[in-house]
Design a protein around this ligand. Structure first.
Ligand code: C2E
Ligand code: CA
Ligand code: CA
Ligand code: CA
Length: 272
């Protein structure tokens, strides 16, 4: 029920039920798609809070099922994890992200999501190094996003991997911050640069003073530790205005500025 509630809300096959998601057929179809290189990627801009400039674009993987239509990545990433094939997706997205970023203006970075599995394997360090070498992208233009929950899986091992990646000059971001029930001490002990505050913090900031206080307090805490703040899931002008008035974000990502776009659209937006 959780997958359904979270994953299928925006534009994905709504009627796809739990049974089908768990079915062997969908898994077989995913396996085939991976073999055929049938995935694509979209890119969602992160803007400076004042809206003047795109600083980074997040790569978001897409799978359009031939019969079912678009499947939420929340659904098929989890499937790929269960099937032990998620590294194929990571490799694909990382490669595409670095290649496309090379076409964009030099001040724009690209951000790639890692899965829990990626953080449990040292292979990721070599994969990232190889991809940067193959595409020619500067490590300073690559960001990697790891969720709070996969950091908490094995914090010591994850910390060691992230330190190596960071030593290469890559920026490390914590994704979906504030959705887990983990202690905040890891913010100080793990090698991190950016915190992406989950969109659940944004909901109701315009109507509920306490929600706004929670967002402001969280942003202040993150900044006090020397980390940069991205606020995710900003959907309305009203939310944006409250965030800007309160100085509660360095970067803003959300439908208020832009939905995920093709690389060509990013290019058109940024090279004008
Ligand atoms: P995420 O990393 O938190 O990505 C942000 C998600 O929020 C994206 O959904 C994006 O389209 C959506 N979003 C952006 N702005 C707004 C907004 O203003 N309002 C709302 N309601 N939603 C917004 P998407 O593309 O469906 O991805 C869902 C999740 O799937 C991602 O959450 C991430 O956890 C996972 N995912 C996507 N691409 C990849 C990938 O290449 N690799 C891995 N490992 N996971 C991925
Ligand atoms: Ca993300
Ligand atoms: Ca997120
Ligand atoms: Ca998420």
């Amino acid at each position: 029920a959780k997958v359904r509630a979270r994953g299928l809300c925006v534009g994905y096959a709504r009627e796809m039920d739990e049974r089908y998601i768990a079915s062997r057929k969908l898994k077989a179809d995913l396996r085939q798609t991976l073999q055929d290189a049938g995935l694509t990627t979209m890119f969602q801009p992160m803007y400076r809070a004042d809206g003047t400039r795109i600083e980074c674009c997040e790569a978001l993987v897409r799978w359009t099922h031939p019969q079912r239509g678009p499947v939420s990545p929340d659904v098929f990433i989890r499937m790929a994890e269960d099937m032990g094939v998620v590294s194929t997706i990571t490799r694909f997205v990382l490669d595409r992200a670095c290649r496309e970023c090379m076409r964009w203006p030099g001040h724009i970075a690209v951000s790639v999501n890692l899965s829990a599995h990626d953080l449990r394997n040292h292979d990721i360090v070599e994969l990232v190094a190889d991809t940067l070498a193959a595409t020619g992208l500067s490590p300073s233009r690559l960001h990697l996003e790891v969720t709070e929950s996969c950091l908490m899986d094995e914090p010591l091992a994850a910390g060691a991997l992230l330190s190596e990646l960071r030593a290469m000059g890559i920026t490390i971001a914590v994704d979906d911050f504030g959705t887990g029930f983990s202690s905040l001490a890891y913010l100080d002990t793990l090698p991190l640069d950016v915190v992406k505050i989950d969109r659940s913090f944004v909901r109701n900031v315009t109507s509920d003073e306490r929600r706004l206080k929670l967002l402001k307090g969280t942003v202040n805490l993150v900044r006090a530790l020397g980390l940069n703040v991205v606020v995710e899931g900003v959907e309305t002008e009203e939310q944006l205005a409250v965030i800007v008035e309160n100085g509660a974000a360095d970067l803003v990502q959300g439908f208020v500025f832009s939905r995920p776009l093709t690389s060509e659209q990013i290019l058109a937006l940024t090279s004008a």
